[in-house]
Write a protein that binds this ligand. Structure first.
Ligand code: SF4
Length: 397
């Protein structure tokens, strides 16, 4: 392995540890940062991923490592990692030892724009890097009314904490279409449409209207969209997403062990035909969308690693790319205060997942097209192994 790849893997380990442990910071240091101007601020459209709520305090979305990996900012005052500011420079430390200077992520231009009805585009679609934008059409989940929220999820608590303060509400198809057009004009090339369950499970009608609006405003027949949905009881509904123009579809199964699934995701169990039906829906979706065009996710760290890997391997063999993002015991979720496994546990899992994806023949472009953010550890492993990062070109230039 080249020295550059070794360095990048070290940076990836740090990225993974920060993802799990968060980063400590005195919020006052960001008074020196042009947040909301040159640099992109967090907008809480769906989940609070910082480990403490922070209404009224703005944080950056993340920063880059020297090799060009993108690291998410998640505030945790207990973390051994910290960001300091000194003499005009920000830098990352671990137990007080400097690791590297931090360059915060830039804000896209469309964040300065408003839709024709006056909504801030930054609240309609967040920028998830490398041309990927993310829309949470609703910022609440109707499972709450039934007392069936997924136990790791804090969508409804996030809404209670931030929605009014940050002006985040449901988005109309027109707002989404206009925002997508502005972002695509600036170089965006993938859009994810997501959100909590809506009453009566009427997602499909909404998604079709959204797809129409995106096509109309961007002028693109194939706008490279991913619809993130709950497994529909009637599998024919999946065909309608394809007909509406989505290139990929995502249904997050969350837990592979079906008994643990029942207790952790009571609403997904009760409203979506149960775990077996969820798995069947994923397999059916591959028939409709194709190999590598269906995505799922497991919340990694709630069930044993072996079970998660079995699920990822099973699904990959069927053509489903199932990611395994590290569980963050989010504030406001039923599991707040619990702990995710050690960073090393997650890093080992990510390497194994990437190897399973390779064996299944998934290409980087397929992983890009089906993901909400092309910056997961698996994406990064592909970028390192296939030398897709700009730093490889710089070294050979
Ligand atoms: S279905 Fe579960 S994970 Fe999805 S928004 Fe509702 S509670 Fe959260």
């Amino acid at each position: 392995m080249s020295d550059l790849k070794k360095q990048l893997y070290k940076e990836l380990e740090i990225k993974n540890a920060l993802f799990v442990e968060g980063v400590n910071v005195n919020p006052m240091i960001f008074q020196n940062l042009d947040l909301g101007g040159k640099y992109q601020e967090q907008v809480h459209v769906l989940f609070e991923m910082d480990h403490h709520p922070h209404v009224g305090i703005d944080f950056p979305v993340g920063f880059t490592s020297p090799g060009g990996l993108k690291l998410a900012f998640r505030w945790d005052t207990r973390s051994p990692y910290a960001i300091h500011y000194d003499d005009g420079k920000y830098y990352l430390t671990h137990n007080g030892q400097e690791l590297f200077p931090t360059e915060f992520l830039k804000r896209p231009k469309y964040y300065n724009l408003k839709t024709s009805d006056g909504a801030e585009m930054s609240q309609v679609a967040t920028y998830n890097r490398e041309g990927a934008i993310f829309v949470a059409y609703s910022n609440e989940c109707s499972l709450k009314e039934k007392g069936q929220d997924c136990l790791y999820c804090n969508i409804n608590a996030t809404k209670d904490t931030y929605a009014e303060k940050q002006g985040i509400f449901w988005k109309s198809p027109k707002q989404i279409g206009e925002t997508a057009a502005a972002a695509y004009n600036e170089g965006a090339r993938h859009i994810t449409i997501s959100g909590g369950f809506i009453p009566e499970r009427r997602e499909v009608d909404y998604y079709i209207d959204v797809a129409e609006a995106i096509r109309e405003h961007t002028g693109l027949a194939d706008f490279n969209g991913t619809g993130v949905i709950g497994a529909p009881l009637d599998l024919d509904v999946i065909d309608r997403y394809k007909e509406a123009g989505y290139r990929t579809i995502a249904m997050n199964i969350e837990i592979w062990d079906k008994n643990i699934f029942k207790s952790i995701c009571p609403g997904k169990e009760a409203q979506c035909g149960g775990w077996d039906h969820w798995r069947m829906a994923l397999e059916y979706a591959v028939e409709v969308f194709g190999h590598g065009r269906v995505r799922s996710n497991i919340v990694a760290g709630i069930e044993p690693k072996q079970s998660t890997l079995e699920g990822i391997e099973y699904l990959a063999a069927k053509g489903v790319a199932c990611f395994a993002g590290a569980w963050c015991p989010n504030p406001g979720s039923a599991l707040e205060g619990h702990r995710s496994p050690e960073p090393e546990w997650h890093f080992d899992l990510a390497r194994k997942v990437a190897a399973i994806f390779r064996k299944a023949g998934f290409t980087y472009d397929q992983l890009y097209d089906c993901s909400a953010a092309p910056t997961t550890l698996c994406h990064d492993i592909y970028k390192i192994e296939d030398e897709l990062l700009p730093v490889f070109q710089e070294k050979t230039a």
